[in-house]
Design a protein around this ligand. Structure first.
Ligand SMILES: Cc1ncc(COP(=O)(O)O)c(C=O)c1O
Length: 389
């Protein structure tokens, strides 16, 4: 028997398979609502203008690629804390490191939580990003799910959220999407965030916040409002930040882990644990993306241009959402949802017929990436949908 014989075949990533099928489909007017990246009206995911300019500036000024350390680019991590949390005091109860993407931040955050309390329970509303449960489980955490969203009513099941968090014990963890919930687009409103923040603080539940789409929902400040409320209310909190989407640097893998400690005197000790865990995982994060974004945000002109580009991206998503909702039916509440994704109540058979009969490609779950449409093609999609329902 070979050494690797005990390993079972793992299922292929269905979304990656969809990319190949879409590419090989010769039909004109085919629509790709599958893969979770932003697209412009031409269907492209371009490098942002401000990012290109920052890359050029970095290329001209960077004089060494010598090692940094497990914390990565410190200026970058401070920028991420400021984007997420506003004008906060970074010398006090906050500590942060650069990570390989939001996924790296989630993994490192999960390991820190697991190192503190082995086997701790994490409460996760479902449906959620499919990578959440395996990342949490890989850190030895116990995943306890509850219902976040009802696909048929297209609304958050807020009573179920509060019920679940009321059952959680002190020292349990609550994983919460900061904004632009993946896959539903259904975000808490401010009153709901307030109620959650109060509950977490009253029950001693530790928030684990995942902010991966800031600026793609309603705006940079609005999209962080829930995260800020929770971090204000709870003494200790863990925030996984991804800037792969809002800076369009997906493959450069750019993110940060930010941890809020109960007392300023705790940060050195907790930071030393974060760095030890990072070292055991990837030694130090890849530098390029973080250096580019730090360069961009350090330059007022580039930062302003990035904000303009992000505004355009967000307006495009909101415009498509409005156009879709105008068709009513299962699309009627899509304009109440935010970011790139919505989860429609479609059976696998309907998803298959959309693909085979109408060249509309989407995840088997019924998740659509609205960025794969335009205001013009929203009607084409609505018509195809009506023909399959
Ligand atoms: C909710 C959520 N969190 C985190 C991530 C991870 O992002 P990254 O590509 O930066 O690892 C994603 C990516 O799709 C996501 O949807």
């Amino acid at each position: 028997m070979s050494f690797f014989q005990p390993l079972a075949q793992q299922p292929a990533d269905a979304l990656l398979a969809l990319i190949g099928m879409f590419r090989n489909d010769p039909r004109p007017g085919k629509l790709d609502l599958g893969v979770g990246v932003f697209r412009d009206d031409a269907g492209n995911t371009p490098v942002m203008r401000s990012v290109k300019a920052a890359e050029k500036k970095l290329w001209e000024t960077q004089d060494s690629k010598s090692y940094l350390g497990p914390e990565g680019n410190v200026a970058f991590a401070r920028h991420m804390a400021r984007l997420a949390l506003g004008d906060v005091d970074l010398s006090g109860r906050l500590t942060g490191v650069q990570t390989p993407g939001g996924t790296g931040a989630l993994r490192l955050g999960a390991e820190l939580l697991g190192a503190t309390k082995p086997g701790a329970t994490v409460w996760v509303g479902t449906p959620t990003w499919p990578n959440h449960p395996p990342v949490l489980a890989a850190a030895g955490l116990k995943v306890q799910t509850y219902k976040h969203f009802d696909t048929n009513t297209q609304a958050i099941t807020f009573d179920a959220v509060m019920d679940a968090l009321n059952k959680a014990q002190a020292g349990d963890i609550a994983l919460l999407h900061g904004c632009c919930h993946n896959p539903t687009g259904a975000d808490f409103d401010l009153d709901q965030w307030k109620a959650i923040a109060e509950l977490l603080s009253a029950r001693g539940i530790v928030p684990f916040l995942d902010l991966a789409y800031q600026g793609l929902g309603l705006g940079m400040e609005q999209d962080a409002a829930g995260v800020r409320l929770v971090m204000d209310a709870c003494p200790e909190a863990v925030l996984a930040y991804s800037c792969d989407k809002n800076f369009g640097v997906y493959r450069d893998r750019v993110g940060a882990l930010i941890v809020q400690t109960a007392a300023a005197g705790d940060t050195d000790r907790i930071s030393s644990n974060i760095l030890a865990l990072a070292r055991a995982n990837w030694s130090m994060p890849p530098d390029h993306g973080g250096a580019v974004i730090a360069t961009l945000l350090d330059d007022a002109t580039l930062a302003a241009d990035w904000k303009l580009e992000l505004d355009t991206m967000r307006d495009r998503l909101l415009g498509i959402r409005a156009a879709l909702a105008g068709h009513g039916g299962v699309l009627g509440r899509v304009d109440q949802q935010r970011g790139m994704f919505s989860l429609l109540p479609l059976s696998p058979d309907v998803v298959k017929r959309l693909r085979e009969d109408h060249a509309v490609y989407m995840a088997g779950s019924g998740r659509i990436n609205v960025a794969g449409l335009s205001v013009e093609t929203a009607g084409q999609f609505a018509k195809a949908l009506a023909a399959c329902l």
